[in-house]
Design a protein around this ligand. Sequence first.
Ligand SMILES: Cc1cc2nc3c(=O)[nH]c(=O)nc-3n(C[C@H](O)[C@H](O)[C@H](O)COP(=O)(O)O)c2cc1C
Length: 225
Amino acid sequence: MSEPTASDINQAIRAMRRSYGEVGLTEAIAGQEPLSLFSLWLTEAARNPYIVEANAMVLSTFDGQNLSTRTVLLKGFDSKSGGCTFFTNYHSRKAQSMDANPEVSLLFPWFPMERQVIINARVEKVTREESEEYFASRPWESRIGAWASDQSTELKDRSELEKKWSQYAEQYPKGSEVPLPEKWGGYRAVPHSFEFWQGRYSRLHDRIRFTQVSDGTWSRQRLAP
Ligand SMILES: Cc1cc2nc3c(=O)[nH]c(=O)nc-3n(C[C@H](O)[C@H](O)[C@H](O)COP(=O)(O)O)c2cc1C
């Protein structure tokens, strides 16, 4: 097959035009606070066979100078505070960015359901006990991987990483206890705004935003699509 040209790529992009659905997001469905609706949409996305990894969320951070973005997996949701927990390397680019500025954005792209949720949140580290508990639940290969990878640092080549993995695999053989590395753990992003987007016909999409008010309650607005 010949290489696609720039014109082929643009033609393919222009040909992508979906009509969005009839089922809308009304104020009655949205309710007075966002946590119930988010729990409902997350559960529906998790049960939708067309959505792979409904818990994948795009995390954007801003350290004051550089904006950066990447996907991480939601590993826990606290339906009382809305806290979204994910795990990563505490020395990574994202961790350094969150150390400088704990304000983050999370985006759940549930395209097959014509849905998107954008959360603005403040992150905090979870307790070491919480990280230990989750780390222990991971497969052995992944635990060794966490030791082997100095996430976001430059590697000479792939063999450097594989060599380190083998060294740690030897140090902590399968079946033995793999301790939680100091450099690895969880963050909880505690939301202060949620924006729910539901695709609708004629590009008249529904957008409902909830913003937390100082007394801990939520205000709700409908936004133009
Ligand atoms: C579907 C998917 C899930 C991912 N989940 C995680 C995760 O939970 N934690 C993590 O540190 N990286 C995860 N990654 C990798 C990150 O997107 C990213 O490459 C890595 O964390 C380094 O980011 P940074 O250099 O900006 O810190 C995932 C990537 C994809 C595509």
